[in-house]
Design a protein around this ligand. Sequence first.
Ligand code: ATP
Ligand code: MG
Length: 567
Amino acid sequence: MKQSLTLIPTLREIPADAEVRSHQLLLKAGFIRQNASGIYSFLPLGKRVLQKVESIVREEMDGADAVELLMPALQQAELWQESGRWYSYGPELMRLRDRNDREFALGATHEEVITSLVRDEVKSYKKLPLTLYQIQTKFRDEKRPRFGLLRGREFVMKDAYSFHSSQESLDEVYNKLFVAYSNVFSRCGLNFRAVIADSGAMGGKDTHEFMVLSDVGEDTIAYSDSSNFAANIEMAPVVMDYTRKDVPLYELEKVKTENQKTIEDVASFLNVTPEDCIKTLLFKVDEQYVAVLVRGDHEVNDIKLKNLLEASNVELAGAEETKEVLSCPVGSLGPIGVKEVQIVADRAVKSVVNGVCGANEEHFHFINVNADRDFEVNQYADLRFIKEGDPSPDGQGTIVFAKGIEVGHVFKLGTRYSEAMNASYLDENGKSQPMIMGCYGIGVSRTLAAVAEQFNDENGLVSPANIAPYQLHLIAINMKDEMQSSLANELYKELGQNRFEVLFDDRQERPGVKFADSDLIGLPIRITVGKKATEGIVEVKIRNTGEMVEVHKDELLETVTEMLKNL
Ligand code: ATP
Ligand code: MG
């Protein structure tokens, strides 16, 4: 493609509203433009990268025996009402009405549409397993669209759904797609980890997220420093062995702690450590209130709480609510004497000996508090967030944290949708059974941004060869120079005939502008035609390493073929 004929509107300044590197560079290099908050146009270069990522996804999905189809983005409300998600999905689902006042949603995901389709078309166990996928634009009215393509309101997703007559069959396909996903992200050049995840609002269990390691990631990954264990921090189990110190138990005592607000304040005022304190928090769990206890140096993990109580919604109660339910200000909460609500506690609480807790009375705390003696706990469980330095749950090494961008997600859904929507098949005995399902997503446009986040330098993008918009950037320093222009045109033709993807900067621009744009766009190899055109010599430079060689035009094909092989 001749650069004079395409649209690559590069920018020299960093756009003011772009906070992260990938967003800044995709705008600066002219890959994307924002239309409205979280809504983007893919300009020619961005569109080419998107297509390359899509091709890799297609190859790997097809290789795993998944079959492509395309479903509508416009989905009738009735389907979402059947699954129950019309009410539970919340404001993220974009809703609209047609001219006859019928309600619709813009597809945020396609479990409902695919389940209704397969319900109508597949009746027998003989047609199972079946895995279908599509690559399509999704719509989610995100609360905080940000970081460019990383969290958009309109974005490209690959979503796949599998249907089975047995759990073993689901396990098999899940494992196959797990491998396919690993291949996709490896081929995009990404440094990623597959981590154990929470199934969230999707229902079902046994899920993994594919996380690209990056400081701008919104998720925290807890991983072992010496094994393969990696989990979303939401899900990482704590396997500490808490033993209670064998010391005499002292008598419970109420003490004045005027104006000591935080755990740290109270601990230092009473000359103890946060580990000696018991923190009490009131949560609203669906329609009930529950008091949750953790040790002073720990934080409540609301996902673990939600899973433990099999709830669909868990929220920290506000100050007003707390006052109403327990007649006490938030800062003074404690478990002693609480009868109004159920008490659940993290396992570490049991090990606190002669500890400190709030007295349910402003400016007062109890000291010498011992669980089970001074208050009763309805249930002990693993309820806290794992911390760096904790032992890894697989028994090997200790936990460290990293930030990750979720680019893919695989779930075992089970029968959540097939039961709600009546998708069943006849088994070998002619008996009707609900289909067992899996679902699998890749954020295609988010992957593109994740690559930009991981591959750049101070001058611009450094595109991995597999998904660069073009492989070669051919530049003629001075197009007005007859020799240069004719050699560049000759090479452009020859490289094209040999199936290289070439972007040819044939513009009448100053060399400085051409080189700066070229660095910004970051194609893997740059071929510069300059003064030595008279001798038939050009300069070949690798964007990633900066390595540069001069070659004669007759050796160019061989040189770039070799270089691309090694990139
Ligand atoms: P997140 O936790 O980031 O909101 P999610 O759990 O809502 O993601 P899924 O419903 O599993 O995401 O969607 C499948 C994939 O689609 C995700 O793994 C992610 O890569 C991508 N994705 C989700 N939301 C967005 C978005 N707003 N913009 C771009 N990609 C997205
Ligand atoms: Mg989301």
